[in-house]
Design a protein around this ligand. Structure first.
Ligand code: GAL
Length: 347
């Protein structure tokens, strides 16, 4: 019996210590110093959009932000973070969108050493890395579900428009424009799209599949090359891991007289993206793309600022505080499927 109550006491103590660790750092935050945000690249259209939402949320919550762009250079980002941590010796949280898509451990180690809370976003560090520091968090999404929603968008469209199978062979010839190789979103989105389509009994044939690294210009070039190689009339849909690449694909198709707004020629190849960038929402509204998946940058920014404010105000980070369930120091913001039917709700 004594043994048991000892055990309970130990568990209770451990629980207080866990909460205490979080609260202790929080008290040390300094409202007058800015929250520093480190982006892998502000040239990335989605990251740029997320940065605008973060600035809006910070302003609404009276938080100053200092923003750093690594321009996709890992060493530059590590040095930006280390310099910022060494100059400013308070415990104001930092927000990190790692260049390193694999684990983000360098940033985590520096933050842990300086006892500064670190909120990762958009690129998930490994679970082990997160677990190694109780003031580390990740705010992101479940990338596979974006691929699933893309498959639903295409399947519904195909049912309503069987003519998208232009050669009527019962197989959809598709081009896939993928993000960076080795990025969690690239793999999960692409694989889940294909698997879901096959599960639904839709046959697919890839006629082109390339990594266009999230970039509109890169996607436009590579799409133009694919068109030249296989012939535009042999492409029956274009599936893109993000909207920037979908918009690039649209430009390449338009150069061939396809997907031209208000055109009645019937030259149209379904294009689907992910992110819900304002320009992609416009394209969906104008019937140039068949849909996208909203990668909720507004809620992502809101949760990040809530966690940062909690530390600054000495509050504990809980499910209630962030508005979502927290599991393994991770907050997953749901995606939203977007087609012409629900687009007005997102505006
Ligand atoms: C994804 C997003 C892409 C790109 C990438 C960068 O979540 O959909 O557009 O921004 O993150 O890590």
């Amino acid at each position: 019996m004594r043994k048991l109550s000892k055990l309970f006491a130990a568990v209770a103590l451990a629980a207080t210590a866990a909460v205490g660790a979080n609260a202790a750092h929080a008290a040390a935050g300094d409202a007058s110093s800015p929250v520093k945000v480190f982006y892998y690249s502000l040239n990335d259209l989605f990251i740029n959009q997320l940065s605008s939402s973060l600035q809006d949320q910070a302003l609404a919550n009276n938080i100053k932000l200092a923003q750093y762009d690594a321009n996709d250079d890992l060493l530059r980002q590590i040095s930006q973070i280390q310099t910022a941590l060494s100059i400013n010796r308070d415990h104001t949280p930092i927000l990190v969108n790692p260049v390193d898509t694999q684990n983000g451990t360098a940033a985590l180690r520096s933050a842990r050493k300086a006892r500064v809370p670190i909120i990762f976003f958009n690129r998930k560090p490994s679970d082990e890395a997160l677990k190694s520091y109780s003031d580390a968090w990740y705010v992101g999404t479940i990338p596979a579900s974006a691929g699933y929603y893309q498959a639903e968008i295409v399947t519904d469209y195909y049912k309503a428009h069987p003519e998208m199978d232009t050669n009527k062979d019962g197989i959809l010839n598709y081009v896939m424009l993928k993000g960076e190789a080795g990025h969690q979103d690239t793999t999960a989105r692409s694989n889940t799209f294909v698997r879901t389509m096959l599960d639904q009994g839709i046959k697919l044939k890839p006629v082109g599949s390339v990594n266009a690294n999230w970039s509109q210009a890169n996607a436009q070039n590579q799409m133009a090359n694919i068109i030249e190689r296989v012939g535009v009339q042999n492409i029956e849909m274009v599936v893109c891991n993000n909207d920037a690449m979908a918009l690039g694909a649209v430009l390449a198709l338009q150069a061939e007289g396809y997907n031209v707004p208000d055109d009645t020629s019937g030259k149209f190849i379904p294009v689907v993206g992910i992110d819900g960038l304002p320009s992609a929402l416009d394209a969906v509204e104008r019937g140039i793309m068949i849909g996208t998946v909203f990668n909720d940058y507004k809620s992502t920014a809101d949760v990040m600022i809530r966690i940062a404010s909690a530390y600054i105000n000495g509050e504990v980070v809980t499910d209630d505080l962030v508005g979502y369930p927290i599991k393994n120091q991770t907050i997953e913001i749901p995606y939203v499927k977007v087609t012409n039917e629900n687009i007005s709700k997102l505006r």
